[in-house]
Design a protein around this ligand. Structure first.
Ligand SMILES: Nc1ncnc2c1ncn2[C@@H]1O[C@H](COP(=O)(O)OP(=O)(O)OP(=O)(O)O)[C@@H](O)[C@H]1O
Ligand SMILES: [Mg+2]
Length: 265
């Protein structure tokens, strides 16, 4: 087993990264997968949702320096097959700790490498930024899942990011954006989505609607299939996960030329 690494990332804040990380990680266990979610954000929202104390003993400095390994801190959640690498408030200094290392660029990838063999899927819930930590994430992850609110400003941020990746071919990560917090009653949202799908075919067709149900996650501290089973939001995340897997399967088929996509890349 060698996990694929998905980072829920956007340099914009409050767009639904953590909501997606929690629900997609949960969805990935539903088909029997072994899943690890690393809460990389000092805000510790993903740790909160999974009722895990946001603390790693000795702080993240030891982790970056190479004195401790990820496996030393991983915790089980209440859900079979789903483990969590907790947040820690010291993650606010991650840029600093990484910047002090000579070979800083691949440190996160090095930390994730040994756990790839133990899981089917690894998710990284990232803080909103484009920083040394982010560049590490772009090297550690295979796929960036990017929630986009269908507004002009949010879209401009995505276009800047996409063009930045165009100028930095050293990052091999695949971008899979999807619409988040969509209000279909708003014409601006509907029109923006049409334009974006036309100009950016990589954007997934499954979108997540704005819904009060999502706020229940905070009250119940649980993913949507647990706190709001049967809800449209819960079904949307399940559909989003299926589409993500479909896109990746398609990528494998394109690369291998084998119709089942099962041959190694
Ligand atoms: N589809 C949705 N409908 C309604 N509210 C939502 C939806 N998705 C997220 N929210 C709410 O919006 C807020 C921000 O969501 P979330 O924490 O997932 O974003 P984020 O991108 O991880 O934020 P940050 O950049 O601070 O890490 C939360 O209060 C969350 O409950
Ligand atoms: Mg978040």
């Amino acid at each position: 087993m060698s996990a694929r690494v998905f980072a829920c990332y956007n340099l914009k804040g409050g767009v639904g990264k953590t909501t997606a990380a929690v629900n997609l990680a949960y969805a990935a266990t539903a088909s029997g997968g072994q899943v690890l979610l690393w809460d990389l954000d000092p805000q510790a929202a993903a740790s909160y949702f999974f009722r895990v104390k946001p603390r790693i003993r000795g702080g993240s400095k030891q982790l970056i320096k190479g004195r401790r390994e990820l496996q030393d801190f991983i915790k089980a959640t209440n859900y079979p097959g789903l483990d969590l690498m907790p947040a820690d408030f010291s993650y606010r200094n991650l840029d600093q700790y990484l910047g002090r290392k000579k070979r800083w660029a691949g440190r996160l990838a090095e930390l994730v490498a040994p756990v790839r063999g133990e899981y089917d899927h690894v998710f990284l819930d990232c803080a909103p930024a484009i920083s040394i930590v982010s560049e590490n994430v772009f090297r550690a992850a295979d796929v960036l899942l990017i929630p986009l609110i269908p507004t002009i400003l949010s879209l401009r941020v995505y276009e800047r990011l996409k063009s930045w990746f165009g100028k930095h071919p050293e990052f091999q990560v695949r971008l899979l954006p999807f619409f988040s917090m969509v209000d279909r009653r708003r014409r601006l949202h509907r029109d923006t989505m049409l334009d974006v799908h036309r100009d950016h075919p990589e954007v997934l067709s499954t979108s997540i609607s704005y819904s009060a149900v999502v706020e229940r996650m905070g009250e119940f501290r649980a993913p949507l299939p647990v706190c709001a089973p049967g809800s449209e939001s819960s079904a949307s995340f399940a559909a989003l996960w299926r589409e993500v897997q479909g896109r990746i399967g398609q990528e494998k088929r394109e690369i291998t030329g084998f119709p089942d996509g099962n041959r190694p890349i």
